[in-house]
Design a protein around this ligand. Structure first.
Ligand SMILES: Cc1ncc(COP(=O)(O)O)c(C=O)c1O
Length: 426
């Protein structure tokens, strides 16, 4: 099935008991065992079935299956937020003494996770000075266990060369973990270009309505863990915490996501509620249609801002002169994401006046809502970063980030125009 169809039907036909066509919300904590023997078999992972909703739930299962199909993966695990997904995705292949090599253009809290929190557990992070594959390759050492990037960076809007980054990672025998939140699988499926693990904040375009937090990790099932067994003992050697289970023996190609569920979800419990999964599934049904409008409206906004003398700069990968333009053609089918940054005459103060004058755009920290949203990264999403880290992440004190919604374009442009008039009088 094509993505538009998977978004509506993937992972669910109808409920076998009631014939319900909508995905039922299985609002239950636990599932009854037929017998002690049955319960033991479930706990030994010898039979399929549900035990406890921290580990798996039928409503959440549909969301996992649908997203897995959309991304072309082999296994998936839903968690309570994008941040929880990133946390588990990295923890699953690293341990104290090892490190992750990352591009610098990241969502601020991801930078905090990799650069500040994980180092306190002994897991290092090395940030390259650009997203160029050679910059990443130069930082990989014998303790590197993953390469990380955002397919399209928030808020820089840079487009990573996934194929080249995957090649660099694989040459060093490590997986490429990709955050595909901004483009969604509607614009690009990183696994098709060699990514090994895909992570999403479902909170954004996929849910699409600014109502529900959620995250997911999708395993391509392609990374050859057993070939590099000595580097990944957590997957290839018996796990004491799970009565000696060897994940690569038990789960085969989906050992990675099996461990994410059996170890991290089980012990850390970043659970996605069935009701949230239901709401996210509702959002995903229309994501392909919404992305079309997001992309087209963003193109119109980028052109409007570029032509306006009150605007000093616009960063939008869809302009032919952008260094990322060829990558937009290669990876995003020529469709530039609806996240863009710009600056207004008058620097930081001009930007603040513009921001305060917005009427239709919501002033907040979110992206990917159906509504148009505006954010000032340096004082909010990226506040914890140093000025130099912010510069490498593609922002300055004056940068404004817009997430263009699906309203009528004339209303969007009218709001930007009146806010610019308020910011730059005369
Ligand atoms: C690219 C990206 N990844 C991950 C996250 C974190 O997602 P969540 O807010 O669902 O934890 C965000 C949040 O803005 C994001 O922009």
């Amino acid at each position: 099935m094509r993505p538009e169809t998977i978004a509506l039907h993937g992972g669910f036909d109808c409920d076998p008991t009631t014939k319900s066509v909508a995905v039922p919300i299985y609002q239950t904590v636990a599932y009854s065992f037929d017998s002690a023997e049955h319960g033991a078999a479930l706990f030994n992972l010898e039979v399929d079935g549900y035990r406890y909703s921290r580990i798996a739930n039928p409503t959440v299962d549909v969301l996992e299956e649908r997203m897995m199909q959309l991304e072309g993966g082999r296994g998936a695990l839903c968690v309570s937020s994008g941040q929880a997904a990133l946390h588990f995705a990295v923890l699953a292949v690293t341990e104290a003494g090892r490190n992750v090599v990352s591009v610098p253009q990241l969502y601020g809290t991801t930078h905090t996770l990799l650069g500040h929190l994980l180092p306190k557990l002994g897991i290092g992070a090395k940030f390259a000075d650009s997203d160029r594959p050679e910059a990443i390759a130069a930082l990989i050492d014998e303790n590197t266990r993953a390469v990380f990037c955002e397919t399209v960076g928030n808020p820089a809007g840079n487009v990573c060369d996934i194929e080249a980054l995957a090649e660099v990672a694989h040459r060093a025998a490590v997986p490429l973990i990709v955050d595909n939140t901004v483009p969604t699988p509607i614009l690009v499926r990183p696994i098709d270009y060699g990514a090994d693990v895909v992570v999403h904040s479902l909170t954004k375009f996929l849910g699409g309505h600014g109502t529900t937090m959620g995250g997911i990790i999708i395993d391509s099932g392609k990374f050859p863990w057993t070939r590099y067994a000595a580097r990944y003992p957590m997957l290839t050697e018996p796990d004491e915490s799970y009565h000696g289970l060897v994940y690569t023996d038990h789960y085969g190609p989906t050992a990675y996501i099996g461990r994410c569920r059996s170890v991290f979800q089980r012990a850390l419990g970043a659970v996605l509620s069935p009701f949230s999964a239901f709401l996210l599934l509702q959002g995903i049904e229309t994501v392909a249609l919404r992305m079309e409008r997001h992309v087209e409206n963003a193109r119109r906004v980028a052109e409007f801002l570029r032509a306006d003398p009150r605007v000093t700069s616009v960063s939008y990968a869809g302009f032919p002169e952008s260094p990322y333009y060829p990558l937009v053609q290669k990876y995003l089918k020529g469709k530039t994401c609806s996240l863009l940054t710009f600056a207004v005459r008058g620097g930081h103060d001009g930007g603040t006046r513009f921001y305060d004058a917005l009427k239709l755009f919501k002033r907040l920290v979110n992206l990917g809502d159906a509504k148009s949203l505006a954010c000032h990264p340096a004082s909010s999403t990226h506040r914890q970063m140093s000025p130099e880290q912010q510069r490498l992440a593609g922002i300055g004190p004056e940068t404004l980030r817009l997430s263009i919604g699906i309203e009528h374009i004339d209303d969007i442009l009218a709001d930007l125009d009146q806010a610019l008039a308020a910011a730059v009088p005369g």
